[in-house]
Design a protein around this ligand. Structure first.
Ligand code: UDP
Length: 466
């Protein structure tokens, strides 16, 4: 409630690692688009701002830089190192940058904090500023519920002597999972004290104070879990799946599988590696698309096993490969498979997954990847590594039946060959495909004008901009 929306200033606090800031920006872009008089300040590190804005200009969203806490010339020795250094600077780096932003906007006070859900400190900040706080959880409802249950999970684990092969059936909706599927931040003794785990624990205590919590999910995703979550928050807003709800709406005729000739209205970086064109020449549901997200690469022996399996299977493939495929894949693999597949440094993934030719997604089970696969109607082969990925895998496999884990949790030549054949060339695979198409259909329903996610989005826009 405000006399003039032009006096409103929304601060957006992004988490600058993994695929967090990009989806948050696409959500904010949609809100900002519907409220051109409201000013948005989007805070992240220089590197993350560069990446997510690239050449994008949104008239009322100002990119603003927070210090990353890295010493000059820093070279990370592990993926967690820059995160922990960054967290040491937080929240002071955001506080400083917000003060500067208010000054630059001629004293326009911050009226709402939209933050990555990790940022528990926003609870107090918002109270001090007399602003609203709307955290955004960029992963799924099941992992959020697991985090909110951290204390009871730890207590149960120590009570049963640290045995991780036990079910989580004492939490509604999580009976398909075990302790061993939980993020290490929750259930690994060695990690509990690390800055990242400490942040996640604080988060579980503070999130219920939020004005509302928005999540990249939709009503058909784990209804039991959603019900449980609803009882823990003032307001839970399912506003996903982002790959459709935050994108400009194509005319209905484009809601068919896309091709290079018939691309989506969603602006993409041009298909510079020619993946979509190449897919146009392949048969329906025949291609394996392989990708492990923005920064994960499996260890060398698993890369070799996966390469051997895909070559032996004879299935066509696209592999989004971080690193140097010439030296990191088996000798002459690229040469031998050049008529069968494409290995590219970065792929237009969300578009690839919507292409009719793609039959399976070999994935690390990051939540954005999963939502894109659901929107594309593509079943998954799962090789999770950390964070929520193990729990995601278990839910895809057990609760939905749209994914299958690799045997013994890692790529072996034989095991991988088996699951590729299962998904791409067996009745079981067809059943998985049918199930994922049903879910895809529910996502489309949620995104219709009177659909659940559309209605929730309206509520979210009102909360942030009024
Ligand atoms: N992605 C892409 N091209 C690639 C690899 C990844 O566009 O070659 C995108 C993908 O579409 C998804 C994101 O990167 O939106 C990965 O997000 P996810 O949550 O799955 O994993 P993370 O990067 O956080 O590990």
């Amino acid at each position: 409630s405000s006399s003039s929306s032009s006096s409103l200033h929304v601060a957006v606090l992004a988490f600058p690692f993994g695929t967090h800031a990009g989806p948050l920006l696409s959500l904010v872009e949609k809100i900002a688009d519907s409220a051109p008089n409201v000013t948005f300040s989007f805070f992240s590190t220089a590197r993350s701002i560069d990446k997510v804005f690239s050449n994008k200009r949104i008239p009322n969203v100002r990119p603003r830089i927070v210090h990353d806490g890295l010493p000059k010339g820093f070279r990370p020795s592990s993926p967690m190192e820059p995160i922990n250094l960054f967290l040491k600077e937080t929240p002071e780096n955001y506080r400083r940058a917000m003060e500067e932003a208010v000054e630059e906007e001629n004293g326009k006070k911050i009226t709402c904090l939209v933050s990555d859900a990790f940022y528990w400190f926003c609870a107090d900040m918002a109270e001090e500023m007399q602003a609203k706080w709307i955290p955004v959880w960029t992963s799924g409802p099941h992992s959020l519920l697991a985090h909110l249950s951290t204390d009871i999970l730890r207590w149960r684990l120590s009570w049963n002597g640290g045995k991780k092969d036990r079910t989580l059936n004492f939490i509604p909706g999580l009976s398909d999972a075990n302790f061993s599927d939980l993020p290490r931040e929750i259930a690994s003794e060695e990690e509990m004290e690390a800055p990242f785990a400490a942040m996640m624990h604080k988060m579980s205590q503070m999130l219920p104070r939020a004005t509302a919590l928005a999540i990249n999910s939709f009503d058909a995703v784990f209804p039991t879990i959603v019900k449980e979550l609803e009882s823990k928050f003032k307001l839970l807003l399912l506003v996903g799946p982002f790959p459709i709800t935050t994108k400009p709406k194509p005319p209905l005729r484009v809601r068919v599988k896309i091709t290079a000739e018939n691309p989506d209205s969603d602006p993409i970086s041009p298909d510079s590696t020619g993946c979509l064109k190449w897919l146009d020449q392949q048969e329906d549901a025949s291609v394996a698309y392989i990708s492990f997200g923005s920064f994960m690469t499996p260890p060398p022996h698993e890369l070799a096993a996966l390469a051997d399996a895909i070559e032996e299977s004879g299935f066509p493939f696209i592999w989004s490969f971080r690193g140097d495929p010439e030296t990191e894949l088996p000798f002459a693999f690229l040469k031998r498979t050049k008529n069968k597949g494409k290995v590219v440094p970065w792929a237009p993934q969300s578009h690839i997954l919507k292409h009719r030719a793609v039959g399976v997604f070999v994935t690390h089970c990051g939540w954005n990847s999963i939502m894109e696969s659901v929107v594309g109607g593509v079943p998954m082969i799962c090789r999770p590594f950390f964070g929520d990925q193990m729990l995601n895998t278990r839910m895809l496999e057990k609760a939905w039946g749209i994914g299958v884990g690799v045997e013994s949790g890692e790529f072996t030549r034989k095991g991988t060959l088996k699951v590729l054949e299962m998904v791409l060339a067996s009745e079981k695979g067809n059943v998985m495909r049918q199930k994922v198409v049903e879910l895809q259909y529910s996502a489309m329903e949620a995104d219709k004008p009177y659909g659940n996610s559309t209605q929730n989005f309206k509520t979210l826009i009102d909360l942030v901009t009024k």
